[in-house]
Ligand binder design. Structure first.
Ligand SMILES: [Zn+2]
Length: 308
């Protein structure tokens, strides 16, 4: 049995992503600071087990374990020549868990550096690095791409365009991390919701959203409402269709991280998470998963609550 394309599926309403990978790896004994992406080659069984747990919990899609799989991030671990291996293997593992009925999103995170003049990166270097990662993910069999946790809108834009350029027409989801700053939400680089939404949509993103950040559950709900009004305002100025062309997605953390013995802990329970997710869904966000601290239990609670 074939499945509908991811692009069509994203237009059909509620779509559940998975929860965290990084904090799950640590919960399974991986040392913090270890290159998580190398585990796609060194401990494929563990990565596969986490993907499968999310599919069993009710995720419609799993994200590849490649958040730090771009050339800049891998270079910090001395793995500059492993971009293709790591990303293609990761996509294969996610595909194995998702089978032919669920979806795989190739995960692309930030480089961890800044564009000139703030940092040393040049736009064309960024394009090359993101395109290299997207190509390797595509070779491993992804259904689309998800660009997450971005703070700089220029970097996010370049990532979207790079994934689009090599992605064989597959959809690209793009999200940034917001924190509450006074009455507003802004990324670490000072980008507000309206700017993020309009810039990412112009760059070609098929869905726009927010993930991670140091935000409480109530603030995520507030952020969801801001996203929906920003997308609606943009589409009303140009769209004739009632249907939103661009879907909105949210991957909240399991609450605001608290520091305990120097480690970030996330205290939100699966039920509390599901209650907030229901409010986010009611606001008009149709693609929902979890970021740091969320577990298969959180996704399972969310699936039960939203699917009844
Ligand atoms: Zn996170």
């Amino acid at each position: 049995m074939g499945k509908v394309s991811l692009r069509d599926r994203l237009r059909q309403g509620l779509f559940l992503l998975d929860g965290a990978m990084g904090t799950q790896l640590i919960a399974h004994g991986v040392e913090p600071g270890k290159c998580s992406e190398l585990l796609n080659l060194e401990s494929p069984g563990l990565v596969l087990r986490i993907h499968k747990a999310y599919i069993q919990a009710g995720s419609d899609a799993v994200l590849t374990n490649t958040f730090g799989g771009n050339g800049f991030a891998l270079t910090r671990h001395g793995l500059v020549n492993r971009v293709a291996d790591v990303n293609t293997a990761a996509a294969g593992l996610a595909r194995k868990a998702a089978g032919q009925t669920k979806y795989v999103l190739g995960d692309i995170g930030p480089t961890g550096d800044f564009l000139e003049p703030l940092g040393s990166l040049k736009p064309n270097q960024l394009t090359t690095v993101f395109a290299e990662q997207a190509k390797a993910l595509l070779a491993g069999g992804v259904d689309g791409f998800i660009i997450e946790t971005m703070a700089a809108v220029e970097e996010a834009t370049i990532a979207v365009k790079a994934a689009k350029s090599v992605g064989s027409g597959l959809p690209v989801l793009a999200s940034m991390s917001f924190d509450k700053r006074g009455p507003d939400f802004k990324t670490m680089m000072g980008v507000d919701v309206k700017t993020a939404v309009s810039t990412l949509i112009s760059a070609g993103a098929d869905a726009v959203g927010f993930n991670c950040g140091t935000t409480t559950l109530d603030e995520y709900v507030e952020l969801a409402k801001l996203f929906v009004s920003a997308v609606d305002a943009l589409e009303n100025t140009r769209a004739t269709s009632h249907e939103r062309r661009v879907a909105i997605f949210a991957e909240p953390n399991a609450g605001k991280p608290e520091l305990l013995d120097g480690k970030a802990v996330y205290k939100v329970t699966p039920d509390e998470f599901a209650v907030a997710a229901q409010k986010i869904y009611a606001a008009g966000v149709t693609i929902i998963g979890g970021c740091c601290g969320s577990t298969p239990d959180h996704i399972n609670a969310l699936a039960k609550k939203l699917r009844g």
